[in-house]
Design a protein around this ligand. Structure first.
Ligand SMILES: *Cc1c(COP(=O)(O)O)cnc(C)c1O
Length: 365
């Protein structure tokens, strides 16, 4: 079976982890500091603070921007649930926007519509879904015009760009995830990126119980630290990230060129975006998605649906006071696309033979 995701762990990672284990310093050492420094050098700007996961990184990003109880935050209805959960964890209220049909990223028009209807919106939390940038020209313009904070969820977009600039450098804050299915991994882990140095100092206190100096705690914080073991893996993976992404892009280019099926819409890299294909997500038309998945399974190819439900229709949101009663009125595109999407393997571990097998299987459908 060809897997949908496969972390790329080499001898370097194994040796780096062994060195940490032998050193006896498993947490709070130099490795985390080096990883933070290397990551901010990779992005070329911003102050980085490592965290225990993408989710905790995103929550810290919001808290470092002083999102407070009752703040309204516009986000996309079509993402992993963590994107919205962190808004609630930080005390805010999510307002769900629809997506653009081509990129499946949050729609600037839908953001505008919400801003016309709602007073007191504090921030926009965008997601660069599947590895492709949102339209940062339009989104930055809206954020400036309405004086909103901007937060980027870059959990699927390590190394992706908009007009030559790395994602994660546009927002007042951004967050990356290093879960094993992402473009680089630390097993579990995340990174907060902050534009403002003071906010980054605050974030680094927040992830360590609000510590000021040894044995002195300024405010009530969390333990959201990354381990030295994870940081050691992350340092190795970061060095390979550009290569991983270029292999993902090569695989995507082969799919772009060779998948040819009347009932299938392929993803599209839009002008200005450098897509890093965390997922290569197809749309299967005419209600044939289940049949497609069964066909691929028989052909020995695993597929996965990201995402079969919008966030506000999940039990934990639906019919709670966290979502507007008529939230669906705005989510026309999300509600049709969720029934069509299916992702196929695009990870860097695929061989040429496997790619050809996948293409043949799809064209036979
Ligand atoms: C993976 C992911 C997260 C959460 O990251 P974790 O490291 O799993 O906590 C958040 N948002 C998006 C869009 C993701 O894909």
């Amino acid at each position: 079976m060809i897997k949908i995701a496969q972390p790329q762990i080499g001898q370097e990672e194994i040796e780096a982890v062994s060195a940490v284990l032998r050193s006896g310093q498993l947490a709070s050492g130099e490795g985390v500091a080096s990883f933070q420094k290397a990551f901010s050098e990779y992005l070329t700007q911003g102050f980085c603070v490592a965290a225990s996961s993408g989710t905790t990184a995103l929550e810290i990003a919001l808290r470092a921007l002083e999102i407070k109880e009752g703040d309204k935050i516009i986000t996309t209805a079509f993402s992993f649930i963590a994107t919205a959960n962190v808004i609630v964890h930080a005390g805010g209220t999510p307002i769900f926007a629809d997506i653009d049909e081509t990129t499946m990223n949050i729609s600037p028009e839908s953001i505008e519509q919400i801003l016309q209807e709602h007073e007191g919106v504090k921030a926009i939390l965008i997601v660069h879904l599947f590895g492709q940038s949102c339209d940062m020209d339009q989104i930055q313009q809206i954020a400036n015009r309405y004086q909103l904070l901007l937060i980027e969820d870059c959990a699927q977009a390590h190394g992706a760009e908009w007009k030559g600039r790395k994602l994660g450098t546009f927002g007042d804050a951004s967050a990356f995830s290093f879960y094993p299915t992402k473009n680089m991994t630390t097993a579990e882990g995340g990174m907060v990126v902050l534009k403002d140095k003071q906010a980054a100092v605050f974030a680094s206190q927040l992830i360590q119980h609000g510590i000021k100096e040894r044995n002195q705690f300024e405010f009530i914080g969390y333990n959201y630290r990354l381990s030295e073991i994870s940081a050691a893996i992350g340092l190795c993976q970061l060095k390979k990230l550009d290569r991983f992404n270029s292999v993902r892009r090569d695989h995507a280019a082969l799919y772009d060129e060779n998948i040819d099926n009347f009932y299938i819409i392929k993803p599209q890299e839009v002008l200005g975006a450098r897509h890093v294909y965390n997922q290569y997500t197809l749309r299967i038309l005419n209600g044939m998605r289940d049949a497609f998945i069964a066909h691929m399974e028989k052909e020995g190819v695993s597929t996965s649906i990201y995402y079969p439900y919008t966030i506000p229709e999940q039990d934990c949101y639906k019919a709670t006071d966290l979502v507007e009663k008529d939230y669906n009125r705005r989510l026309g595109i999300s509600n049709s696309i969720k029934k069509e999407v299916v992702s196929i393997p695009v990870h860097p571990g695929l061989t040429q033979v496997e790619i050809e097998r996948i293409i043949t299987a799809i064209n036979r459908f």
